[in-house]
Design a protein. Sequence first.
Lengths: 131, 209
Amino acid sequence: MSRFWRSLAIVGIVAGLGSACAAPTPAPPRDLRVMLTPDAGVYADAPHVVPGTLLEASLRLVNPSPQDRPVVQTTDWIDAAGLIIQTLLSTPQRLTVPRYGDAVIRVIAPTPAAVQFRIRVEPDLSAIDPS
Amino acid sequence: MKNFSMATRHLMIAIVGCLPMACAGPGIPTTMIDPRADRTAIGMGLDSRDFESAAATVVQDMLQSGAVTKPAGGRYVLVISRVTNDTMQRIDTDQLVKLIRVELLKSGKVVTTTAVGFGGAEDPMAMQSRDLRNSKEFNQANVARQGQMVAPELSLSGKMLQTNNRLGDGSQRVDYSFQLSLTDLRTGLALWEGSKPISKRGTNETVSW
């Protein structure tokens, strides 16, 4: 009997270790218009959209870590046909989300033809501290 | 060297000549840079990323402010006035201004005139083609009539500034500022004004000119 309980204990320990080592289930996507790369180190609220002649949106990025997070945000604008509009306003923009703080991204559509947007936030790999 | 044969001397000279190449590192291969995935290091000077960032910020601000939205609809006619480069670098201000003009044109709110400009017309052909009115060689049906050119309503002017400072930790800081104004030519009033700062910090060994 003691051998049975010992085997059961070993199986339970192995099962527990396996579940602890398994990859965490990814969080369900909250908003397809916002894409944060896994190494961005920030999270985002749902975008606030203001319809109008030119679509406007704002997005708040939050940094829960003790380090400043330099990031690059790129906004793609999409027309009614689903095609990406080539525009200067899609130029990657650098900003830093301060430690334990937030930063707001505010974007405006380049033309009235833009009916949808997609914001991508990734770490700014060219931000190297010279010290 | 006197006692060596000619062949030996030539061989020694060739070896000495090849030494620098042998000691040199592999070097950085030439690659294309994708602006949307630009991972290159940042320099203390201004590069295309800075101009694009500044122009995008300026245009976004103009559009958000409503200054380029004509109350009665339609498009404003813009002329490019004096944009001064007050930095230590050799910059063609068109690197900034052209980006702004193109984006404003795409927005459908502003169109730029090339028939007049600060220091002369950007495209003198608009006026030169009027000389064809006197030529019997040309079909006058195609020649522009008097009074067809549209005068500008808005003027874009500004300057680029640079300030260098050495910091207490031995590094240096460079502050650039892109300052622009949009003036209503009828009233002389600035309908929109904006400034985009770009600050960089680097070692004292780098230069920003």
